[in-house]
Design a protein around this ligand. Structure first.
Ligand SMILES: [Ca+2]
Ligand SMILES: [Ca+2]
Ligand SMILES: [Ca+2]
Ligand SMILES: [Ca+2]
Length: 361
């Protein structure tokens, strides 16, 4: 016999199970753990030190408070035998991911991490275990050769996972064998808000020119080799701090058309005639024409060039230059006169003041 109270409890339990089923992905219930390492990312082509771990909270509640991640290296001896410990302190509602990522991931994928990953992960091989409320879930990969309990055969062993791919939970699981429990996955990280990061540059460096890339020469991509495809898969250019063909200099953002003695914005060396007074130049009027007060070699001109005319009474270029020089001289003379006048005025005032004082009784 089922009493009314028992019936109520049964119905409540059934409702709870239904809610859980709605919140959780269907396959997750088979794992039973509640929390799984869902995805591990060990670097991208354009950013080999972009690392993240995604945890999947399939059931239970606000779990990761007081939980931790143990991050191992190769495991076969030395310091790698001792895991780095990352304390987890946040709440993650059921049915969400937690993104534990470093800054390189945040900037590469333009996504916010839920928790900062300050420790590097070892791409060649390693092991990560989640430990919380008695639950342990581990993944190992590559050349990891430490204790096999809980991980069986490391994923992709003995080779490291390819850059720009992830180690992704193979549903349904687990059988506690990393090579069975995980498959090659996509690189995209998702945080607790359900925001998935993306970058068009994810395959820069694979040697294949993807649609968003200007070039891709795989290992030959370089930020320091002249004329090489750059590490972010853009073509070499003036302003990228490497002197390429057709460039005399390249100081990147320091290239300037106003600072003396700097590489110019078009990657030419500073010179006489570039309108900036550089070392060894007394003037630079932006041309290399003589006869305008600043000579072709950027020295000051002190005498007018010879006057001449074209024979028909028209002014020649030399005549124009001569006129320009004469105008310059006239301006200088006027300034000098003004200066002389004001100093004469001041002297006169001083004399007047002195005579007034001396005339006092
Ligand atoms: Ca590419
Ligand atoms: Ca350049
Ligand atoms: Ca100059
Ligand atoms: Ca000149």
């Amino acid at each position: 016999m089922t009493t009314g109270r028992e019936l109520n409890e049964l119905m409540r339990d059934a409702a709870s199970i239904m809610i859980l089923c709605l919140l959780a992905a269907p396959a997750k219930a088979e794992w039973g753990d509640g929390v799984d390492i869902y995805k591990v990312f060990l670097g991208a082509y354009p950013e080999p030190s972009a690392y993240y771990i995604m945890l999947d909270v399939s059931e239970g509640d606000n779990f990761i408070l007081y939980s931790k991640l143990l991050i191992y290296g190769r495991g076969s001896g030395g310091i790698d035998d001792w895991p780095s410990v990352l304390e987890l302190y946040d709440h993650v509602p059921s049915g969400h991911f937690a993104l534990i990522a470093n800054e390189a991931v945040e900037s590469l994928f333009d996504v916010e991490a839920d928790l900062q990953l300050e420790l590097p992960l070892r791409r060649e091989g390693g092991k990560i275990c989640f430990e919380g409320r008695g639950v342990v879930d581990c993944v190992a990969w590559g050349d990891y050769d430490g204790p096999a309990d809980g991980i069986g055969t490391p994923f992709n062993t003995p080779h490291p996972p390819d850059l720009s791919t992830s180690i992704l939970r193979n549903r349904p699981g687990p059988v506690d064998d990393s090579n069975e429990d995980f498959v090659v996955g996509d690189p995209w990280p998702t945080n607790i808000w359900g925001e998935t990061g993306f970058t068009a540059l994810i395959n820069c460096g694979d040697g294949h020119r993807d649609t968003v890339e200007e070039c891709d020469d795989a290992a030959d991509n370089s930020n320091s080799t002249p004329d090489a495809c750059r590490s972010n898969c853009v073509l070499p250019s003036c302003g990228d701090r490497t002197i390429d063909s057709g460039e005399q200099c390249d100081d990147g953002f320091r290239n300037s058309d106003s600072m003396p003695d700097t590489c110019r914005a078009d990657c030419t060396l500073p010179s006489c005639g570039d309108a900036v007074v550089d070392s060894g130049e007394a003037c630079d009027d932006g041309n290399t024409s003589p006869g305008d007060g600043c000579a072709a070699d950027c020295s000051l001109e002190t005498a007018p060039p010879p006057m001449s005319n074209g024979g028909g009474g028209c002014q020649t270029a030399a005549g124009s230059a001569s006129a320009a020089w004469a105008l310059g001289l006239a301006i200088v003379a006027a300034r000098r006169r003004r200066k002389l006048f004001s100093s004469l005025e001041r002297a006169r005032e001083r004399i007047l003041r002195a005579s007034r004082m001396s005339s006092k009784p």
